[in-house]
Design a protein around this ligand. Structure first.
Ligand code: UDP
Ligand code: MG
Length: 324
């Protein structure tokens, strides 16, 4: 284990963990090799998002050769985006790299991110060229979503990127100021600006274990992203309402015209009931849209802490070259 040198740069890997006991032994081994291969000081900050399996004991195990590790455990499961946010806020390094525990974000790419950061960039994000072991439906919906998000919200968010990215100290400080209750991390980091660039990579499948992101959560994340960056759905409701009202006035004029000028009544009014159902549905939908914005405002106003840390733990520290 190399000693920490004065002025040595410090990069912290921020890794959210939720019931990952199957993959953690593989990850820990890979991290030991990664630490040994780098000139910088590489520390690891695990955020345990309320795991109920053996993840925590795996990280704290005496058998684990990894040094310079910090583990903070939430009091329950708060969700991936909150776990990442906690990690970014707690990290004190010169740069943080957000990565998943399942080795889908390869360490070799993290190394490339560090090299690019040293050239003077503030944010280096991983852009997925290919996603291995992913079904066509997920691949297509994700591709469409990223494009839709960008054109819909006007945020200059890079396409086909998740949360795997290096974030330098100035950006971390700016991120701390964003106390959103339901943070959409990748969107917020793009929103912050600074000098951002990409490294391309092939995203492998999970090294072990199963996904902790079921479809319902994925869908919620997608909606959260849109709602936290744009109030357009609310304005769209207004426009649609205006359009339909104007159309119905024209329809009424036409009905009266045929009745009094042509002396005929339009037949087929049974279709009216379907029109009523349809517009009933449209109204309920937009009531739901408004409700979801209202719920976000309600969450913000309550101002509860976003996460609760139950315990924290620190491994043996890497010895410093200039003292204990
Ligand atoms: N994760 C978390 N809290 C959760 C769900 C997931 O901290 O509620 C972590 C998980 O342990 C992993 C990362 O978030 O490190 C990404 O999850 P996963 O790999 O299951 O998602 P996928 O890659 O399938 O989208
Ligand atoms: Mg994964």
């Amino acid at each position: 284990m190399p000693k920490i040198l004065p002025n040595q740069r410090h990069v912290c890997l921020v890794i959210p963990v939720y019931n990952e006991e199957e993959v953690l032994p593989i990850l820990l081994d890979a991290l030991v090799r990664f630490q040994a291969s780098r000139d910088e000081r590489v520390s690891v900050l695990f955020v345990d998002d309320g795991s109920r399996d053996g993840s925590v004991s795996c990280i704290q195990s005496d058998k684990c050769a990894l040094k310079d590790v910090r583990l903070v455990s939430f009091s329950r499961n708060f969700g991936h985006q909150i776990a990442v946010t906690a990690g970014l806020n707690l990290c004190t390094a010169d740069a943080a790299i957000v990565m998943d525990a399942d080795l889908q974000d390869p360490l070799e790419v993290a190394g490339r991110m560090i090299d690019v950061w040293k050239k003077g960039y503030d944010v280096v994000y991983g852009r997925r060229l290919v996603r291995e072991k992913v079904g066509w439906f997920e691949r297509v919906t994700a591709r469409i979503y990223y494009r839709f998000f960008r054109s819909f919200t006007g945020v200059d968010a890079p396409l086909d990127t998740g949360d795997f990215r290096l974030i330098s100290r100035p950006v971390l400080e700016a991120y701390k100021e964003m106390g959103e209750q339901q943070p959409y991390v990748r969107g917020l980091i793009s929103w912050l600006g600074f000098r951002q660039t990409a490294v391309d990579y092939v995203r492998p499948g999970r090294a072990a274990g199963t996904t902790k992101y079921p479809w319902r959560r994925r869908f919620d994340l997608a909606l959260d992203g849109l709602a936290s960056f744009s109030g357009k759905p609310l304005r769209f409701a207004m426009r649609l309402g205006l359009f339909i009202s104007a159309g119905s006035v024209l329809g009424l004029v036409w009905v009266l015209f045929t009745k009094y000028v042509f002396q005929t009544a339009i037949t087929g009014w049974a279709s009216l009931i379907f029109a009523a159902f349809f517009f009933g549905g449209v109204q309920l939908f937009f009531l739901g849209v408004m409700g979801s914005y209202l719920a976000r405002v309600y969450d913000e106003v309550k101002g509860r802490p976003r996460y609760v840390i139950q315990s924290s733990w620190q491994s043996e520290r890497v010895p410093s070259a200039d003292g204990p």
